[in-house]
Every structure is written in C-alpha cells, then in structure tokens.
Design a protein around this ligand. Structure first.
Ligand code: PNS
Length: 229
C-alpha cells in the first residue's frame, strides 16, 4: 500500500515519521465510534496539525505530582499550557503571580510547555488559546468521580474539546497541594513532595505568617491595658 507516495509534499513531524506510520496503519475512514475529534485531528494526513493542550488547575502550591504530569503531558502533546485559575472566591496561600513564577521556573526545561493564567470557564480559555485538549491528573479512584463530572460538563459546554486523563507516578498518588500546605504549616517535612524552590517559598510564607501571628496577641494586650486605664 503506497499511500505515502500520494502525499509527497506532506511536511515532516518534528519527532520523525512515527505518527504517519500510525495514521497509515489505521482503517480509513475510521468508524464513527473510534473517531473522536482528538484522534481525528492527530491522524490528519496531508497537513500537519499540532495538538495543543491546557493543563488547568489551582497549583497552590505546585507540587512534584503536578510536575510529573506536566512532564508526561509534554511528551504526548505538541504544546502544553499550564493554566492557573485566577479565582477571586478562593483564599489562596500564594498569589497568582507567585504561582506563575514557581511554575515557570519548574517548567523552564521543557521547550513545549508554557505557563498562563485565566479566569472564567476553562473551556472558553481553551478555545481562546486554540487548545484541543484538557489535561487532568487522576491519582486515585477518589479523584475519578469529580474529574468525570467536570470532564462531562466541559464536553457538554464544548463538545469539540477532549479531556485527557493521565496518572502521575505512584509515589505521588497521595500528594495534594492542600496536604502540602497543611503539613508545611504544621512544621512537617515536605521534602521530596515539592521542588526545592517551592519548599523555600513555602517556608518563607509560613515564617512570615508565624511572625505575624506571634505579634498579634501582644498588640491586643496593650490595647486592653490602655482601655482599663
Ligand atoms: O487544581 P484544581 O483546583 O483541582 O483545578 C480545578 C479547575 C481549575 C480545573 C476547575 O475548578 C475549573 O475548571 N475551573 C474553572 C471554571 C470552570 O470552567 N468551571 C466548570 C468546570 S466543569
């Protein structure tokens, strides 16, 4: 089957011809049940389409589990945007600017990964940046129900956008930003759970919070005394 010859001017994939071979070995046209838009796009022959994905989240703070997923995502997508939600309703430990800086430093080694911020609906943001997939991590069965709900709602809102789930390494399956914050705030070790720079930022944040907390009672006492006098 010399179908390759019929597309002599096809541009080359950056990583070689592996994807063209996959495309040629699948039946064409694919039966509808096996023809979701994500695959459809990946298998386009003749013109090369790049697959861009977003990895949305709170990242407060970013952890080694996030980094593990970013690395996995960077291997299967042509472009990956780590998208930090600007959520005015939440009371985050780190500002969006701090989270952005940490994520930029953490991902500086990946050529195809960038960091951005967004508000509003994730699907609207994905559309704005012309992404075709949303990357989300599933650590354990407990994540599944929420993630499935979110993926299906996002599909209802934007049927052309696919959610792709990936699993981080088992060693991070218990890891969450909330637990990292809690352990760090209570003085526990977060070594190996977050990159060094995040650990340092967390310690700085917590030291400032402790200093502030230790100053408060004495300030209160002096006010009381003044009132009594
Ligand atoms: O890291 P998180 O907190 O689990 O990320 C959750 C996030 C940001 C992906 C989710 O809350 C989200 O997509 N928020 C944007 C608003 C939105 O699109 N809501 C509808 C989701 S179905």
């Amino acid at each position: 089957m010399e179908r390759r010859a019929s597309h002599p001017s096809s541009p080359k994939w950056p990583g070689g011809d592996a994807r063209r071979f996959i495309a040629l070995e699948l039946p064409s046209p694919l039966p509808p049940a096996y023809n979701p838009s994500f695959l459809d796009l990946a298998l386009t022959e003749g013109s090369v389409k790049r697959i861009k994905a977003i990895y949305p989240g709170s990242f407060d703070p970013p952890t080694n589990g996030h980094l593990d997923l970013i690395e996995r995502g960077s291997k299967i997508f042509d472009e990956l945007v780590v998208a930090i939600l600007r959520n005015p309703e939440k009371n985050p430990l780190f500002s969006v600017a701090d989270r952005r800086k940490m994520l930029e430093a953490m991902t500086s080694g990946f050529d195809n990964v960038s960091v951005d911020t967004f508000d509003g609906l994730t699907v609207d943001y994905a559309l704005r940046v012309e992404a075709r997939a949303i990357l989300r991590g599933i650590r354990a069965i407990s994540d599944y129900e929420y993630e499935l709900q979110m993926a299906l709602m996002n599909r209802k809102l934007q049927p052309g956008l696919e959610t792709v789930f990936m699993m981080p390494a088992e060693k991070y399956s218990y890891l969450s930003s909330r637990l990292v914050r809690e352990v760090a705030q209570l003085g526990g070790s977060i070594e190996c759970l977050v990159p060094d720079l995040v650990e340092q930022k967390l310690r700085e944040k917590i030291d400032v919070a402790h200093k502030f907390a230790n100053r408060q009672p004495s300030a209160g006492k002096s006010k009381l005394k003044k009132k009594k006098l």
